[in-house]
Design a protein around this ligand. Structure first.
Ligand SMILES: NC(=O)c1ccc[n+]([C@@H]2O[C@H](COP(=O)([O-])OP(=O)(O)OC[C@H]3O[C@@H](n4cnc5c(N)ncnc54)[C@H](O)[C@@H]3O)[C@@H](O)[C@H]2O)c1
Length: 89
């Protein structure tokens, strides 16, 4: 059993997604919804500031509720520093 625990712990994912546009924001949210720890990074500081304040820059039904729940849970976060995000994932 110790071995199984070790394997499951070793496959826990910390994922960085670069770009919080239509593709990246939806992808990152879905990866977090599936149980991963996700940081979504973008060079657009205004967009990241919006996301940190729970304002969603794209129209996608259901996405605001998912992002709100996942950020509260702590498994989805946003960064305006893509380089740091790469180093931390
Ligand atoms: N092949 C396909 O079917 C398909 C479908 C949709 C989108 N795409 C492509 O995927 C890409 C993303 O699409 P989208 O709709 O999400 O675009 P988008 O313009 O909505 O979002 C792109 C985001 O990436 C950010 N960005 C740019 N450079 C960055 C960098 N160096 N580091 C971090 N963030 C950066 C931008 O600020 C922007 O927020 C586009 O190039 C698009 O053409 C392909």
């Amino acid at each position: 059993m110790g071995g199984i625990h070790h394997i499951s712990a070793s496959i826990e994912k910390k994922i960085g997604v670069l770009g919080t546009g239509y593709v990246g924001l939806v992808l990152g949210t879905c990866l977090a919804e599936f149980g991963n720890n996700v940081i979504c990074a973008d060079i657009d500081t205004h967009k990241i500031e919006m996301l940190k304040n729970n304002q969603i820059p794209i129209y996608e039904p259901g996405l605001p509720e998912m992002i709100s729940a996942l950020t509260k849970k702590g498994t989805l976060a946003f960064s305006d520093n893509p380089a740091e995000t790469i180093c931390n994932c």
